[in-house]
Design a protein around this ligand. Structure first.
Ligand SMILES: Cc1ncc(COP(=O)(O)O)c(C=O)c1O
Length: 448
């Protein structure tokens, strides 16, 4: 028998030509966005907030939505399709009978999967005549991706960046600025909502919910600007399905099929993009896969309540039916701060409600997670983003369970980004002091 291949690539002309929209395949209709009892209609205001093509995709009943040719070219320019790897070295080190595969969203010009929807949104915004994009960012990955996409499409970009992260990621701030973006720590004094919080506390750590409100308010006040969201909404997950569609073809090529699929989850976009085409297989072709979302106990939104809630702090968005911790809840900042969001995307929330998606949340100190990310680094060699470390950690835990039970499960996990600009965060959590010690203060994990 031929030795298993470490890398399963796809050619550029094998890249998906359409996105997969799961809405027509869901077992029950997705609950629609609603208005609160009080105040102006947020639903009626949606066309003033979102890119029109994206709003149309949000509600579309079409299973397949063609990717415009120019956008396919932009995806190719950004390095799509991305390889699927078999983690043979990690498997060996873990002495697991499981077969581990990881999708390499870290091979992205700005470092994460966020480019997949950033390019789409910038492309459609330019087609509709907008000149500027406004947005929020948590980890900084989404802000960088949108700054990159805006630059490629000839648009301006304004980013409101959660202050707790803006504080420590100086390199990523420089990166966004080099791409031409105007970046502000949030809450900022640039919007009336941000100013209220900023005046009470100049050092306010901020949250994604607050930064979203600032981005929305900024765009609302400028007819040449439009707001762009990096996660949660149906159209964002739709654009991200290129990840799962490529992975499906790669599994076909490898002659294998996943039993378990894992990814980290903040608002749900990389998780959704990776698993939704396979959820389609489960719903329409009778396949059996366990889907697990890896989260932080700082924001275990999938363990919250399934109810209508706002997507932003200032209550400018409609109410979305989702698993939520409450849109004004304060959550402890973490190094994987892209996971610190109060709510999960309505699509993934419905799948969780129907028992199709499972979740696990790891301790807030992040040591358990980062130690396992190190085991991955030492064997497979790639440095994951702190958020992606959760995906790796969950996959390793699952592989270790297979060692104990002897089950040769196929475990697929998505690595949503690289951590080249996050070493400071790893250093702090793993106790690596640059002056005193060169090595992380961790004992070998799982013998690695
Ligand atoms: C690398 C990376 N992975 C995952 C996430 C979480 O977002 P989502 O759940 O939308 O994929 C983020 C968010 O900033 C991120 O930067």
């Amino acid at each position: 028998m031929a030795a298993p291949k470490r890398q399963i690539p796809l050619d550029v002309d094998e890249a998906p030509a359409s996105w997969y929209n799961i809405l027509p395949d869901l077992p029950e209709p997705l609950p629609p966005p609603l208005d609160p009892d009080q105040g102006p209609s947020r639903v009626a205001n949606l066309p003033n907030l979102l890119i029109h093509a994206c709003l149309a995709q949000e509600m579309s009943a079409e299973r397949w939505i063609p990717i415009p040719e120019e956008l396919c070219q932009l995806y190719a320019q950004a390095g799509r399709p991305r390889p699927l790897f078999r983690a043979l070295s990690l498997e060996k080190a873990l002495r697991t009978p499981a077969r581990l595969y990881y999708k390499s969203e870290f091979f992205s010009p700005t470092g994460s999967h966020k480019v997949n929807t950033a390019l789409a949104q910038a492309y459609f915004a330019r087609e509709e005549g907008f000149e500027r994009l406004t947005t929020e960012t948590g980890a900084g990955q989404w802000g960088t991706a949108l700054a990159y996409a805006a630059a490629l499409c000839g648009l301006k970009c304004t980013v409101y960046w959660v202050r707790a992260v803006h504080r420590w990621k100086a390199a990523r701030l420089g990166y966004m600025q080099m791409l031409g973006a105007d970046v502000h720590a949030s809450p900022s004094d640039r919007t009336s909502f941000g100013r209220k919080l900023w005046e009470q506390d100049h050092d306010h750590p901020g949250s994604l919910g607050i930064a979203i409100s600032e981005g929305l308010e900024d765009a609302q006040n400028d007819p040449k600007a439009v707001y762009s969201l990096g996660s949660v909404l149906n159209h964002v997950l739709l654009h991200q399905t290129v990840i799962g569609l490529e992975t499906q073809r790669q599994f076909e090529r490898a002659g294998d099929y996943p039993d378990v699929m894992i990814s980290c989850l903040g608002g749900g976009s990389n998780f959704g993009g990776f698993v939704l085409p396979f959820v389609g297989d489960v719903l329409t072709k009778g396949k059996k896969i366990r889907f697990v979302a890896a989260q932080s106990q700082a924001a275990p939104n999938l363990q919250g309540e399934y109810r209508y809630d706002f997507a932003d702090h200032a209550e400018m968005t409609p109410l979305l039916k989702m698993y939520t911790l409450g849109h004004t809840t304060q959550m402890t900042p973490i190094k994987g701060d892209g996971l610190r969001y109060h709510g999960c995307s309505p699509i993934v929330s419905l799948l969780r409600h129907l028992g199709i998606v499972d979740t696990v949340a790891y301790p807030v100190d992040e040591r358990y997670v980062f130690e396992r990310a190190l085991a991955f680094m030492k064997t497979e060699g790639f440095l994951p983003a702190p958020e992606s470390a959760y995906s790796i950690c969950c996959a390793i835990d699952e592989a270790v369970r297979c060692r104990e039970t002897g089950e040769p499960k196929v475990i697929a996990f998505n690595i949503s980004g690289h951590g080249f600009m996050d070493i400071e965060g790893y250093r702090e959590v793993l106790g690596m002091d640059a002056r005193e010690r060169d090595e992380p203060r961790v004992s070998p994990i799982l013998g690695i």
